[in-house]
Design a protein around this ligand. Structure first.
Ligand SMILES: NC(=O)c1ccc[n+]([C@@H]2O[C@H](COP(=O)([O-])OP(=O)(O)OC[C@H]3O[C@@H](n4cnc5c(N)ncnc54)[C@H](O)[C@@H]3O)[C@@H](O)[C@H]2O)c1
Ligand SMILES: CC(C)[C@H](C(=O)O)[C@@H](O)C(=O)O
Ligand SMILES: [Mg+2]
Length: 350
Protein backbone atom coordinates (compact mmCIF):
# COMPACT_ATOMS: atom_id res chain seq x y z
CA UNK A 1 0.00 0.00 0.00
CA UNK A 2 1.49 3.26 -1.12
CA UNK A 3 0.22 6.46 0.44
CA UNK A 4 1.14 9.96 -0.62
CA UNK A 5 1.00 12.18 2.48
CA UNK A 6 0.38 15.90 1.97
CA UNK A 7 0.46 17.80 5.28
CA UNK A 8 -0.23 21.18 3.61
CA UNK A 9 -0.56 24.45 5.53
CA UNK A 10 -1.72 25.86 8.87
CA UNK A 11 -2.84 23.07 11.20
CA UNK A 12 -2.30 20.55 8.37
CA UNK A 13 1.12 19.28 9.54
CA UNK A 14 -0.08 19.04 13.17
CA UNK A 15 -3.17 16.93 12.45
CA UNK A 16 -1.47 14.81 9.76
CA UNK A 17 1.28 13.86 12.22
CA UNK A 18 -1.34 12.25 14.47
CA UNK A 19 -3.06 10.39 11.63
CA UNK A 20 0.32 9.08 10.44
CA UNK A 21 1.15 7.85 13.95
CA UNK A 22 -2.18 6.02 14.10
CA UNK A 23 -1.62 4.38 10.70
CA UNK A 24 1.88 3.29 11.70
CA UNK A 25 0.56 1.78 14.94
CA UNK A 26 -1.73 -0.53 12.98
CA UNK A 27 1.24 -2.49 11.71
CA UNK A 28 -0.03 -2.68 8.14
CA UNK A 29 2.25 -2.90 5.14
CA UNK A 30 2.06 0.80 4.38
CA UNK A 31 4.62 2.87 2.55
CA UNK A 32 4.19 6.59 3.17
CA UNK A 33 5.92 9.39 1.34
CA UNK A 34 5.42 13.12 2.00
CA UNK A 35 5.16 15.88 -0.56
CA UNK A 36 4.15 19.53 -0.85
CA UNK A 37 0.69 20.83 -1.70
CA UNK A 38 -0.79 24.28 -1.18
CA UNK A 39 0.86 27.37 0.19
CA UNK A 40 3.98 25.53 1.37
CA UNK A 41 4.39 24.25 -2.19
CA UNK A 42 3.97 27.74 -3.65
CA UNK A 43 6.66 29.06 -1.30
CA UNK A 44 9.08 26.25 -2.16
CA UNK A 45 8.45 25.87 -5.89
CA UNK A 46 6.14 28.63 -7.15
CA UNK A 47 3.39 26.08 -7.84
CA UNK A 48 0.59 24.93 -5.48
CA UNK A 49 0.73 21.44 -7.03
CA UNK A 50 4.33 20.89 -8.12
CA UNK A 51 5.42 18.23 -10.61
CA UNK A 52 7.11 16.10 -7.92
CA UNK A 53 3.84 15.98 -5.94
CA UNK A 54 1.87 15.12 -9.06
CA UNK A 55 4.21 12.24 -9.78
CA UNK A 56 3.89 10.87 -6.25
CA UNK A 57 0.10 11.32 -6.12
CA UNK A 58 -0.39 9.60 -9.47
CA UNK A 59 1.77 6.66 -8.42
CA UNK A 60 0.20 6.21 -4.97
CA UNK A 61 -2.84 4.08 -4.13
CA UNK A 62 -4.21 6.83 -1.92
CA UNK A 63 -3.50 10.37 -0.79
CA UNK A 64 -3.82 11.59 2.79
CA UNK A 65 -4.12 15.36 3.06
CA UNK A 66 -4.15 17.83 5.97
CA UNK A 67 -5.41 21.16 4.66
CA UNK A 68 -4.23 23.99 2.47
CA UNK A 69 -4.47 27.77 2.49
CA UNK A 70 -3.98 30.74 4.74
CA UNK A 71 -4.16 34.52 4.70
CA UNK A 72 -0.49 34.94 3.72
CA UNK A 73 -1.38 33.65 0.24
CA UNK A 74 -4.71 35.48 -0.17
CA UNK A 75 -3.23 38.13 -2.46
CA UNK A 76 -1.38 35.65 -4.67
CA UNK A 77 -2.35 35.53 -8.34
CA UNK A 78 -5.15 32.96 -8.81
CA UNK A 79 -2.91 30.24 -10.19
CA UNK A 80 -0.59 30.55 -7.20
CA UNK A 81 -3.28 30.24 -4.58
CA UNK A 82 -2.99 27.17 -2.31
CA UNK A 83 -6.60 26.19 -3.06
CA UNK A 84 -5.75 25.82 -6.77
CA UNK A 85 -3.44 22.98 -5.76
CA UNK A 86 -6.32 21.20 -4.07
CA UNK A 87 -8.64 21.69 -7.03
CA UNK A 88 -5.80 20.58 -9.31
CA UNK A 89 -5.18 17.29 -7.53
CA UNK A 90 -8.93 16.52 -7.29
CA UNK A 91 -9.32 17.11 -11.03
CA UNK A 92 -6.13 15.33 -12.10
CA UNK A 93 -6.96 12.21 -10.09
CA UNK A 94 -10.59 12.26 -11.26
CA UNK A 95 -11.93 12.37 -7.68
CA UNK A 96 -15.51 13.20 -8.54
CA UNK A 97 -17.21 11.62 -5.52
CA UNK A 98 -16.75 13.36 -2.19
CA UNK A 99 -18.24 11.49 0.76
CA UNK A 100 -18.69 13.55 3.90
CA UNK A 101 -20.35 11.61 6.70
CA UNK A 102 -21.81 13.68 9.53
CA UNK A 103 -22.16 11.35 12.49
CA UNK A 104 -22.97 12.45 16.02
CA UNK A 105 -21.06 10.47 18.60
CA UNK A 106 -23.38 10.13 21.62
CA UNK A 107 -20.62 11.51 23.88
CA UNK A 108 -20.74 14.79 21.93
CA UNK A 109 -24.50 15.33 22.15
CA UNK A 110 -23.92 18.49 24.21
CA UNK A 111 -21.24 19.81 21.85
CA UNK A 112 -23.77 20.02 19.02
CA UNK A 113 -25.35 23.42 18.54
CA UNK A 114 -28.74 21.71 18.36
CA UNK A 115 -30.81 20.27 21.18
CA UNK A 116 -29.75 16.71 22.09
CA UNK A 117 -33.16 15.29 21.14
CA UNK A 118 -32.91 16.83 17.64
CA UNK A 119 -29.49 15.32 16.90
CA UNK A 120 -29.36 12.11 18.97
CA UNK A 121 -28.36 9.25 16.67
CA UNK A 122 -27.64 11.56 13.74
CA UNK A 123 -25.94 9.78 10.84
CA UNK A 124 -26.06 11.57 7.48
CA UNK A 125 -23.91 10.98 4.44
CA UNK A 126 -23.39 13.99 2.21
CA UNK A 127 -22.33 12.98 -1.29
CA UNK A 128 -20.81 16.01 -2.98
CA UNK A 129 -19.85 16.14 -6.66
CA UNK A 130 -16.24 17.33 -6.64
CA UNK A 131 -14.81 17.90 -10.11
CA UNK A 132 -17.49 19.92 -11.88
CA UNK A 133 -19.97 22.75 -11.30
CA UNK A 134 -19.13 26.43 -10.99
CA UNK A 135 -15.77 25.47 -9.42
CA UNK A 136 -14.40 24.33 -12.76
CA UNK A 137 -16.68 26.05 -15.29
CA UNK A 138 -15.33 28.19 -18.11
CA UNK A 139 -15.38 31.06 -18.81
CA UNK A 140 -14.39 32.65 -15.53
CA UNK A 141 -12.48 35.73 -14.58
CA UNK A 142 -12.44 39.35 -13.52
CA UNK A 143 -12.44 41.90 -16.35
CA UNK A 144 -13.30 45.50 -16.96
CA UNK A 145 -16.54 45.74 -18.90
CA UNK A 146 -18.35 48.99 -19.66
CA UNK A 147 -15.91 50.90 -17.47
CA UNK A 148 -16.33 48.80 -14.34
CA UNK A 149 -14.90 45.58 -12.95
CA UNK A 150 -16.92 42.50 -13.80
CA UNK A 151 -16.46 39.12 -12.13
CA UNK A 152 -17.92 35.95 -13.60
CA UNK A 153 -17.98 32.19 -13.20
CA UNK A 154 -19.93 29.57 -15.11
CA UNK A 155 -21.96 26.75 -13.61
CA UNK A 156 -22.22 23.68 -15.76
CA UNK A 157 -22.74 19.94 -15.58
CA UNK A 158 -23.01 17.25 -18.25
CA UNK A 159 -25.66 14.60 -17.71
CA UNK A 160 -22.98 11.91 -17.39
CA UNK A 161 -21.27 13.86 -14.57
CA UNK A 162 -24.61 14.11 -12.77
CA UNK A 163 -25.55 10.47 -13.36
CA UNK A 164 -22.30 9.03 -12.01
CA UNK A 165 -22.49 10.97 -8.72
CA UNK A 166 -26.20 10.12 -8.34
CA UNK A 167 -25.27 6.44 -8.72
CA UNK A 168 -22.67 6.79 -5.95
CA UNK A 169 -25.40 8.22 -3.71
CA UNK A 170 -27.92 5.48 -4.56
CA UNK A 171 -25.35 2.73 -4.07
CA UNK A 172 -24.44 4.20 -0.67
CA UNK A 173 -28.10 4.48 0.30
CA UNK A 174 -28.64 0.80 -0.51
CA UNK A 175 -26.18 -0.04 2.27
CA UNK A 176 -27.82 2.45 4.66
CA UNK A 177 -31.44 3.52 5.14
CA UNK A 178 -32.43 3.54 1.45
CA UNK A 179 -33.22 7.24 1.23
CA UNK A 180 -31.62 9.76 -1.13
CA UNK A 181 -32.38 13.47 -1.02
CA UNK A 182 -31.09 15.26 -4.12
CA UNK A 183 -30.44 18.95 -3.49
CA UNK A 184 -30.64 21.51 -6.29
CA UNK A 185 -31.84 25.00 -7.19
CA UNK A 186 -33.96 24.03 -10.21
CA UNK A 187 -36.40 26.88 -9.61
CA UNK A 188 -33.69 29.33 -10.76
CA UNK A 189 -30.70 27.58 -12.36
CA UNK A 190 -31.00 25.64 -15.64
CA UNK A 191 -27.90 23.66 -14.76
CA UNK A 192 -29.65 22.26 -11.72
CA UNK A 193 -32.91 21.68 -13.64
CA UNK A 194 -30.80 19.19 -15.60
CA UNK A 195 -29.51 17.87 -12.27
CA UNK A 196 -33.09 17.20 -11.15
CA UNK A 197 -34.11 15.59 -14.45
CA UNK A 198 -31.12 13.23 -14.34
CA UNK A 199 -31.74 12.48 -10.65
CA UNK A 200 -35.30 11.40 -11.49
CA UNK A 201 -34.07 9.25 -14.39
CA UNK A 202 -31.33 7.64 -12.27
CA UNK A 203 -33.81 7.05 -9.47
CA UNK A 204 -35.74 4.68 -11.79
CA UNK A 205 -32.68 2.38 -11.73
CA UNK A 206 -33.09 2.10 -7.95
CA UNK A 207 -36.77 1.34 -7.25
CA UNK A 208 -35.89 0.14 -3.74
CA UNK A 209 -34.42 3.50 -2.72
CA UNK A 210 -36.71 6.42 -1.90
CA UNK A 211 -35.73 9.56 -3.83
CA UNK A 212 -36.75 13.05 -2.76
CA UNK A 213 -35.72 16.47 -4.03
CA UNK A 214 -35.11 19.64 -2.10
CA UNK A 215 -34.13 23.18 -3.05
CA UNK A 216 -30.82 24.07 -1.49
CA UNK A 217 -32.08 26.99 0.60
CA UNK A 218 -34.74 24.79 2.17
CA UNK A 219 -32.15 22.01 2.64
CA UNK A 220 -29.94 24.41 4.61
CA UNK A 221 -32.90 25.18 6.86
CA UNK A 222 -34.10 21.57 7.20
CA UNK A 223 -30.59 20.45 8.22
CA UNK A 224 -30.87 22.65 11.28
CA UNK A 225 -34.58 22.07 11.91
CA UNK A 226 -34.76 18.30 11.59
CA UNK A 227 -31.49 16.78 10.38
CA UNK A 228 -32.55 13.21 11.11
CA UNK A 229 -35.00 13.28 8.18
CA UNK A 230 -31.94 12.79 5.94
CA UNK A 231 -30.04 9.61 5.15
CA UNK A 232 -27.97 10.34 2.01
CA UNK A 233 -27.92 13.87 0.59
CA UNK A 234 -26.45 14.27 -2.89
CA UNK A 235 -25.63 17.58 -4.46
CA UNK A 236 -23.27 19.59 -6.63
CA UNK A 237 -19.83 20.87 -5.80
CA UNK A 238 -20.69 24.29 -4.38
CA UNK A 239 -23.90 23.39 -2.54
CA UNK A 240 -22.12 20.35 -1.09
CA UNK A 241 -19.23 22.47 0.14
CA UNK A 242 -21.60 24.71 2.06
CA UNK A 243 -24.03 22.07 3.33
CA UNK A 244 -21.22 19.83 4.62
CA UNK A 245 -19.75 22.61 6.75
CA UNK A 246 -23.26 23.27 8.07
CA UNK A 247 -23.78 19.58 8.83
CA UNK A 248 -20.48 19.43 10.67
CA UNK A 249 -21.77 21.67 13.44
CA UNK A 250 -24.63 19.25 14.09
CA UNK A 251 -21.95 16.77 15.15
CA UNK A 252 -20.27 19.18 17.53
CA UNK A 253 -17.36 20.51 15.49
CA UNK A 254 -15.93 20.64 12.01
CA UNK A 255 -12.90 19.04 13.66
CA UNK A 256 -14.91 15.78 13.70
CA UNK A 257 -15.87 15.59 10.01
CA UNK A 258 -13.74 13.32 7.79
CA UNK A 259 -14.03 12.93 4.05
CA UNK A 260 -13.18 10.63 1.18
CA UNK A 261 -12.80 11.86 -2.39
CA UNK A 262 -13.00 8.91 -4.77
CA UNK A 263 -12.54 8.16 -8.44
CA UNK A 264 -14.40 5.43 -10.30
CA UNK A 265 -12.01 2.76 -8.95
CA UNK A 266 -11.92 3.85 -5.30
CA UNK A 267 -8.50 5.43 -5.60
CA UNK A 268 -8.95 8.22 -3.16
CA UNK A 269 -7.83 11.35 -1.46
CA UNK A 270 -8.70 11.51 2.22
CA UNK A 271 -8.84 14.74 4.17
CA UNK A 272 -10.76 16.37 6.97
CA UNK A 273 -13.59 18.58 5.66
CA UNK A 274 -12.21 21.59 7.48
CA UNK A 275 -9.50 23.99 6.38
CA UNK A 276 -6.09 25.04 7.61
CA UNK A 277 -7.56 26.94 10.60
CA UNK A 278 -5.01 29.78 10.53
CA UNK A 279 -6.46 31.16 13.79
CA UNK A 280 -5.19 28.15 15.77
CA UNK A 281 -2.28 26.97 13.60
CA UNK A 282 0.99 26.26 15.40
CA UNK A 283 -0.68 26.20 18.82
CA UNK A 284 -1.04 22.43 19.13
CA UNK A 285 -4.75 22.69 19.93
CA UNK A 286 -6.41 21.54 16.67
CA UNK A 287 -8.67 18.51 16.79
CA UNK A 288 -6.95 15.68 14.85
CA UNK A 289 -9.95 13.34 14.94
CA UNK A 290 -11.39 14.33 11.53
CA UNK A 291 -8.02 13.51 9.97
CA UNK A 292 -7.65 10.27 11.92
CA UNK A 293 -11.19 9.29 10.86
CA UNK A 294 -10.27 10.19 7.25
CA UNK A 295 -7.39 7.70 7.52
CA UNK A 296 -9.99 5.12 8.61
CA UNK A 297 -12.06 5.94 5.51
CA UNK A 298 -8.90 5.40 3.44
CA UNK A 299 -8.44 1.91 4.86
CA UNK A 300 -12.10 1.13 4.19
CA UNK A 301 -12.57 2.53 0.67
CA UNK A 302 -9.19 2.24 -1.03
CA UNK A 303 -7.69 -0.72 0.80
CA UNK A 304 -10.93 -2.59 1.61
CA UNK A 305 -9.57 -3.19 5.12
CA UNK A 306 -12.78 -2.91 7.12
CA UNK A 307 -11.12 -4.41 10.16
CA UNK A 308 -8.38 -1.76 10.41
CA UNK A 309 -10.88 1.04 9.65
CA UNK A 310 -13.15 -0.26 12.38
CA UNK A 311 -10.26 -0.42 14.84
CA UNK A 312 -9.53 3.29 14.34
CA UNK A 313 -13.20 4.24 14.65
CA UNK A 314 -13.59 2.17 17.80
CA UNK A 315 -10.49 3.83 19.28
CA UNK A 316 -11.95 7.27 18.54
CA UNK A 317 -15.23 6.32 20.22
CA UNK A 318 -13.24 5.06 23.20
CA UNK A 319 -11.26 8.29 23.71
CA UNK A 320 -14.49 10.29 23.54
CA UNK A 321 -16.05 7.97 26.10
CA UNK A 322 -12.97 8.42 28.27
CA UNK A 323 -13.65 12.18 28.25
CA UNK A 324 -10.73 13.41 26.13
CA UNK A 325 -11.68 16.66 24.35
CA UNK A 326 -9.81 19.19 22.25
CA UNK A 327 -10.94 22.80 22.70
CA UNK A 328 -13.49 22.75 19.87
CA UNK A 329 -15.53 19.95 21.53
CA UNK A 330 -14.69 20.72 25.15
CA UNK A 331 -17.33 20.99 27.83
CA UNK A 332 -16.81 21.44 31.58
CA UNK A 333 -15.95 18.25 33.42
CA UNK A 334 -14.08 16.74 30.46
CA UNK A 335 -10.32 16.26 30.04
CA UNK A 336 -9.05 19.10 27.86
CA UNK A 337 -6.18 17.99 25.62
CA UNK A 338 -4.19 19.33 22.70
CA UNK A 339 -3.52 17.76 19.31
CA UNK A 340 -0.62 15.52 20.37
CA UNK A 341 -2.32 14.32 23.57
CA UNK A 342 -5.46 13.47 21.61
CA UNK A 343 -3.27 11.45 19.24
CA UNK A 344 -1.66 9.75 22.26
CA UNK A 345 -5.11 8.86 23.60
CA UNK A 346 -6.17 7.31 20.29
CA UNK A 347 -2.91 5.32 20.16
CA UNK A 348 -3.46 4.09 23.70
CA UNK A 349 -7.04 3.09 22.84
CA UNK A 350 -5.79 1.17 19.82
N1 LIG B 1 -9.66 21.05 2.31
C1 LIG B 1 -8.95 22.12 2.60
O1 LIG B 1 -7.73 22.08 2.54
C2 LIG B 1 -9.65 23.35 3.01
C3 LIG B 1 -10.97 23.33 3.43
C4 LIG B 1 -11.59 24.52 3.85
C5 LIG B 1 -10.86 25.70 3.86
N2 LIG B 1 -9.57 25.68 3.42
C6 LIG B 1 -8.73 26.88 3.49
O2 LIG B 1 -8.36 27.08 4.86
C7 LIG B 1 -8.18 28.48 5.11
C8 LIG B 1 -9.01 28.87 6.31
O3 LIG B 1 -10.39 28.74 6.01
P1 LIG B 1 -11.58 29.02 7.01
O4 LIG B 1 -11.07 29.75 8.19
O5 LIG B 1 -12.70 29.55 6.24
O6 LIG B 1 -12.06 27.54 7.47
P2 LIG B 1 -11.38 26.52 8.50
O7 LIG B 1 -12.14 25.25 8.37
O8 LIG B 1 -9.92 26.46 8.31
O9 LIG B 1 -11.67 27.14 9.94
C9 LIG B 1 -12.99 27.51 10.34
C10 LIG B 1 -13.06 27.51 11.88
O10 LIG B 1 -13.05 26.17 12.35
C11 LIG B 1 -11.98 25.95 13.23
N3 LIG B 1 -11.40 24.65 12.96
C12 LIG B 1 -11.17 24.08 11.74
N4 LIG B 1 -10.58 22.89 11.86
C13 LIG B 1 -10.44 22.67 13.18
C14 LIG B 1 -9.88 21.59 13.96
N5 LIG B 1 -9.36 20.49 13.39
N6 LIG B 1 -9.89 21.71 15.31
C15 LIG B 1 -10.39 22.79 15.90
N7 LIG B 1 -10.94 23.83 15.23
C16 LIG B 1 -10.95 23.77 13.88
C17 LIG B 1 -10.96 27.07 12.95
O11 LIG B 1 -10.16 27.33 14.07
C18 LIG B 1 -11.89 28.21 12.55
O12 LIG B 1 -12.34 28.89 13.68
C19 LIG B 1 -8.59 29.18 3.81
O13 LIG B 1 -7.41 29.48 3.10
C20 LIG B 1 -9.40 28.15 3.06
O14 LIG B 1 -9.35 28.29 1.66
C21 LIG B 1 -8.95 24.54 3.03
C1 LIG C 1 -10.35 25.02 0.02
C2 LIG C 1 -11.49 24.80 -0.92
C3 LIG C 1 -10.99 24.74 -2.34
C4 LIG C 1 -12.30 23.54 -0.59
C5 LIG C 1 -13.54 23.48 -1.45
O1 LIG C 1 -14.25 24.48 -1.62
O2 LIG C 1 -13.80 22.41 -1.97
C6 LIG C 1 -12.74 23.39 0.86
O3 LIG C 1 -13.63 24.36 1.25
C7 LIG C 1 -13.33 22.02 1.07
O4 LIG C 1 -14.47 21.93 1.53
O5 LIG C 1 -12.63 21.02 0.80
MG1 LIG D 1 -15.32 23.58 2.33
Amino acid sequence: MKICVLPGDGIGPEIIAEAVRVLKALDLKIEMEEALLGGCAVDATGSPYPDATQKLALAADAVLLGAVGGPQWDNNPREQRPERGLLGIRKQLGLFANLRPAILYPELANASTLKPEVVAGLDILIVRELTGDIYFGQPRGIEVRNGERFGFNTMHYTESEIRRILRVAFEAAKKRNRKVCSVDKMNVLECTQLWRDVAIETGREYPDVELSHMLVDNAAMQLVKNPKQFDVMVTGNMFGDILSDEASMLTGSIGMLPSASLDANNKGLYEPSHGSAPDIAGKGVANPLATILSAAMMLRYTFANEDAAGRIETAVKKVLAQGFRTGDIYEPGMKKVGTRAMGDAVLAAL
